[in-house]
Write a protein that binds this ligand. Structure first.
Ligand SMILES: [Zn+2]
Length: 78
C-alpha cells in the first residue's frame, strides 16, 4: 500500500498494491494526534525511567551508607 505522501506499508489486503492520497501518516488529524500521543507517551516513559533511576540510586546510596555505618559500629565495638 502506497500513499501520495510516499509512505509505504503493508496491509492485510489481498491486493498487491493500493494507492491512496491520504494515509494515517500524512492525514493532518492523524499526524497531529499521533505525534501528540507519541510525544506524551515518550515523555511519560522518560519521566518514569528517570524517577526509577533516581529511586534506585537513592536506595543504593542508603544501602551503602548503612553498610558503612555497620562497619563503623563493628570497628567501634572491637
Ligand atoms: Zn500518506
Amino acid at each position: 500500500m502506497t500513499c501520495a505522501c510516499g509512505a509505504q506499508f503493508t496491509t492485510g489486503s489481498t491486493k498487491p498494491t493500493i494507492a491512496v492520497e491520504v494515509c494515517s501518516h500524512c492525514h493532518p488529524l492523524w499526524t497531529g494526534q499521533q505525534k501528540f500521543l507519541d510525544t506524551a507517551g515518550r515523555v511519560e516513559k522518560f519521566n518514569q525511567r528517570a524517577a526509577m533511576a533516581d529511586k534506585k540510586k537513592a536506595e543504593a546510596a542508603a544501602r551503602k551508607s548503612r553498610k558503612a555505618a555497620d562497619a563503623e559500629a563493628a570497628s567501634a565495638s572491637l
